[in-house]
Design a protein around this ligand. Sequence first.
Ligand SMILES: [Mg+2]
Ligand SMILES: [Zn+2]
Length: 209
Amino acid sequence: MTRKALFLDRDGVVNVDIGYLHTSRECVFNDDIFELVSAANRAGYAVVLVTNQAGIGRGYFTVDQFQALSAWMLGEFENRHARIDRVYYCPHHPEFGLGEYKQACNCRKPQPGMFEQARVELDLDMEGSLMIGDKPSDLHAAQRAGVAHRFLLAAAGEHDLEMSGSLGTRIDRLTELLDWFGHDSLRESRCQSDAAKQVTSDVISAARP
Ligand SMILES: [Mg+2]
Ligand SMILES: [Zn+2]
């Protein structure tokens, strides 16, 4: 069954972006993220993280550290009755990646690879899906993958020069999108509950050798 998705960037949307976050001790969640994800869950949306993690390629932290932090974060969501269904990450960097991580891949945003992998694996309806990022490159990636609704979580004035109206809509707070999941949520959660059961929380690399 084709599902809609709420795509989320991680650093700057799910948590405060401190630069190369890799320990739970340093993780501060953004206000309202749990409420928003919970609303998306109830409305039957798949919730998918798509995150550039060049810190892996640069050698700042390991895949294992990233996976451990992701598992911890997913648990924090579960504790608050919210569920992130999948995590896709890009470990590459075209210039500063070490060894195999140095490549101009198709998964690093603004390339659309992570979105496209999610579309295939989760059978997603991109026209009905939305993406929230904190950089224009997040929205460019979503646009290239056909995600119809795109939002930039950023202070007024920030990124104004890089943002055309067709790229997306700027929002100040995540709560501005709660209404998105308010309509018909009961009906949708009923007819999509079977599909929801089959989706397990999992962490998947978008990296393809
Ligand atoms: Mg970000
Ligand atoms: Zn990549």
